[in-house]
Design a protein around this ligand. Structure first.
Ligand SMILES: Cc1cc2nc3c(=O)[nH]c(=O)nc-3n(C[C@H](O)[C@H](O)[C@H](O)COP(=O)(O)OP(=O)(O)OC[C@H]3O[C@@H](n4cnc5c(N)ncnc54)[C@H](O)[C@@H]3O)c2cc1C
Length: 214
């Protein structure tokens, strides 16, 4: 274990995948996740993972976790048919060559469909000591010796050599570092609570949502 300490805000897919990678390279890593535990929130149902994602996961996960991930994932359909609002069939979208810059990973298919909850449990496995649940990051402060103090909502703080903001679309870390960077509108539009928001998505942003329809 090196004495270079990395703090990660957010124990979602990105934060935990990165934590595995750093942990396997003997870095001192700590993940601060605001959820009370892995079942405090329904993370949604399934996720289509293209070759970029499967290649990255293969690299960061320990072999036994990768095998578990593949064993619990499904194989997506090669073709997706779209329907209009009258349920008239539209064009068929061929997902076979869909976006992704990874490459085939052994015997496993390049594209997989994973249950988010299962995937989150697999990603949390092996990081039991590193993930701190119920720990919401509220902000950070740079220290004079080029380290960073991470502030948590319970009033505690931690010091690290590096802070990674993997705390999702409404990232507190990004809000402090890049206060003028706004989250994309279509993600807001997917929240029922925001359905009357004046920030309606435009047609192009809704089209982007179809990348995830399967
Ligand atoms: C409807 C929908 C469908 C999608 N389908 C797909 C798909 O099929 N395939 C695909 O590849 N992508 C899909 N995506 C995108 C995918 O969900 C995101 O790219 C992915 O979840 C991003 O992972 P992340 O770890 O960066 O963020 P998140 O998954 O959002 O994780 C962020 C984590 O940080 C935690 N957190 C937040 N704030 C704080 C804080 N202040 N302090 C501490 N912790 C905090 C959260 O609790 C969460 O656990 C979809 C997105 C949507 C909205």
């Amino acid at each position: 274990m090196t004495d270079f300490r990395v703090a990660i805000a957010g124990g979602g897919l990105a934060g935990m995948a990165l934590a595995h990678h750093l942990h396997r390279h003997s870095l001192d890593v700590v993940v601060y996740e605001r959820d009370a535990d892995l079942v405090a929130r329904n993370p949604g149902y399934r996720l289509h993972i293209n070759s970029t994602g499967t290649t990255a996961l293969r690299r960061v996960l320990a072999p036994r976790l990768w095998d578990l991930f593949v064993a619990t994932a499904g194989i997506p359909r090669q073709q997706v048919r779209h329907f209009d609002e009258q349920l008239n069939p539209g064009p068929i979208h061929d997902t076979h060559g869909s976006i992704g810059v990874g490459s085939a990973t052994g015997d496993a298919p390049e594209h997989l469909v994973a249950d988010r909850s299962t995937m989150r449990r697999i990603l949390a496995t092996g990081l039991e000591k590193e993930i701190h649940f119920g720990a919401r990051v509220t902000g950070y402060r740079r220290t004079p010796d080029s380290r960073v103090t991470v502030h948590l909502s319970n009033g505690e703080s931690d010091e690290a050599d590096m802070l990674i903001g993997a705390d999702g679309i409404n990232s507190a870390v990004r809000a402090q570092l890049l206060p003028h960077a706004a989250a994309s509108t279509w993600a807001h539009a997917t929240s029922p609570r925001r359905s009357h928001s004046p920030r309606q998505p435009n047609a192009r942003s809704l089209m982007n949502c179809t990348r995830y329809s399967h």
